[in-house]
Design a protein around this ligand. Structure first.
Ligand code: FES
Length: 153
C-alpha cells in the first residue's frame, strides 16, 4: 500500500546513498520500497538532490518496470516469468490472470496490481506467484482464481 510522499523522509533516503548520481537506481528502489511508486514530485526531488536532470531520472524510471509511476493497488500479484516457471506454464497462467483481472501485465484493478517477477527462489514448485509478501507454488488457473478472489477483485 502506498504511503503519502514526504520530502524530508525522501531526502533522508536519497542522502543514505551519499547524494551520488551513480546510485540513482538504488535511490529509486529505496523510494519505491518506501512509497510504492515514483511520483513526479519524487523525480523532481531526486534530480535536484543528485544534481542530474529530470530527464535522466525519468529515463531510468521509464526503462525499468520495477519503478511504478502510479500507486499500486491494495494487493500486488507477481507471476514468475523466469525459465523454470515458464517451463511449467507461467505464460499461460499470466494470460489467465490478465483475462480474469481484465488488465495487462503492469495494470491494476481497484484491488490488484499485476506484475512480472523473475524467480522467487521457488523453482521446485513452479509455477510460482507472490501476493504481497507471500509466495505460492504449483499455482494453476483454479488456484490463482481462488487467490485473486481472496484479494477481493
Ligand atoms: S523460476 Fe520461478 S521461482 Fe524460480
Amino acid at each position: 500500500m502506498a504511503i503519502k510522499y514526504d520530502k524530508i523522509i525522501a531526502s533522508e533516503i536519497i542522502s543514505q546513498f551519499g547524494g551520488r548520481p551513480e546510485m540513482l537506481v538504488q535511490v529509486l528502489h529505496a523510494l519505491v520500497e518506501r512509497y510504492g511508486y515514483i511520483s513526479d514530485e519524487a523525480i523532481r526531488q531526486v534530480a535536484t538532490e543528485l544534481n542530474i536532470s529530470r530527464a535522466e531520472v525519468h529515463g531510468v524510471v521509464s526503462f525499468y518496470h520495477d519503478f511504478r509511476t502510479s500507486p499500486p493497488a491494495k494487493h500486488i500479484l507477481k507471476i514468475c516469468q523466469a525459465e523454470a516457471c515458464q517451463a511449467m506454464g507461467s505464460r499461460q497462467l499470466t494470460a489467465h490472470a490478465e483475462s480474469k483481472l481484465g488488465v495487462q501485465m503492469h495494470g491494476s484493478t481497484d484491488n490488484v496490481t499485476l506484475e512480472p517477477v523473475y524467480c522467487l527462489g521457488n523453482c521446485a514448485c513452479s509455477p510460482a506467484v507472490i501476493i504481497d509478501d507471500k509466495v505460492y507454488g504449483r499455482v494453476d488457473a483454479n488456484k490463482l482464481d481462488k487467490l485473486i478472489d481472496e484479494c477481493g477483485v
